[in-house]
Ligand binder design. Structure first.
Ligand SMILES: Nc1ccn([C@@H]2O[C@@H]3COP(=O)(O)O[C@H]3[C@H]2O)c(=O)n1
Length: 266
């Protein structure tokens, strides 16, 4: 079946994504309780112990809430950069040495036929990363929790077939919302979260290649709506002269309360 994935949950209440090939299966982040992740995996006919490892993007609780319990239960290796390990160790509890794997930022590794590339992103965590997954000539890129898309990130994301891209908030809804100003400033800043407009602007530079589907992700439940996110992204694309046919490209949804269907990347 080739490279495939399902976003189990996306948003500030918890993030987790499964990426699989016929020979490898990994989890990116464990932002829900270990018990809930097991339940969602079972629904997708995956057993926790069959995973080959867990890749961590950063130490915020919506990405590591169930990490320790889940990894211990299934004796899974956890991959993260050294500084993220330092930042999350106290939260996730004791992890046996053989399960602690250091994956430096901007490095590449392989598990069977699955190539995993980590890349630095701008977010207010100690050393946050995104991941690209490549197998069978297909490329899936995960890009959430980033304040802006740097030229370096843009180069990393080039030639993706499918992307999971943050579209966190509508700027006006956030400005008018109930968060304190210092939090709003943080979310809007360079180490915060991508707005719907920013996601659209990033796509203007990415839509030229092989990109077939983009899953809008990490939507704020306070300051966004899926229909608004899609409309804004589409408007930015059209304003910049990017029109697409439905059979060429699609904007897809992720959810905070249920998984996406399996997507076979190519
Ligand atoms: N005091 C706060 C309030 C919010 N936040 C995070 O920024 C996120 C933006 O998306 P959201 O879903 O609205 O949730 C916000 C918090 O995770 C935060 O980190 N600290």
């Amino acid at each position: 079946m080739g490279l495939r994935f399902t976003v189990l949950s996306s948003g500030s209440t918890g993030n987790a994504t499964v990426v699989s090939t016929d020979s490898a299966s990994v989890l990116v982040d464990v932002g829900l309780s270990g018990k809930k992740i097991d339940e969602l995996l079972r629904e997708r006919e995956i057993a926790g112990q069959d995973l080959d490892g867990i890749f961590v993007t950063h130490e915020h609780s919506d990405h590591i809430k169930g990490l320790g319990a889940f990894a211990r239960r299934h004796r899974l290796p956890i991959y993260a950069n050294e500084r993220t390990w330092g930042a999350m160790l106290r939260t996730i509890g004791e992890i046996p040495d053989e399960q602690r794997k250091i994956l430096p930022t901007d490095s590449v590794m392989e598990i069977a036929d699955l190539r995993i590339e980590s890349y630095a992103i701008s977010h207010d965590a100690i050393e946050p990363v995104g991941y690209c997954f490549l197998a069978d000539g297909a490329k899936l890129s995960l890009a959430t929790d980033l304040g802006y898309v740097s030229d370096k990130v843009m180069r990393q994301l080039q030639n993706s077939d499918v992307m999971v891209l943050e579209s966190n908030h509508d700027v006006d809804m956030l400005r008018m919302g109930r968060y304190p100003w210092n939090i709003k400033r943080r979310i809007l800043g360079d180490t915060g979260h991508l707005s719907n407009e920013a996601a659209g602007e990033a796509l203007c530079r990415l839509l030229t290649g092989s990109l077939r589907r983009v899953y809008l992700a990490h939507l704020s439940q306070e300051h966004n709506l899926m229909d608004l996110a899609k409309l804004t992204v589409n408007t930015v694309l059209e304003d910049n002269g990017y029109f697409y046919q439905k059979d060429e490209f699609a904007l897809c949804e992720t959810y905070h309360d249920r998984p996406t269907l399996w997507d076979v990347v190519k």
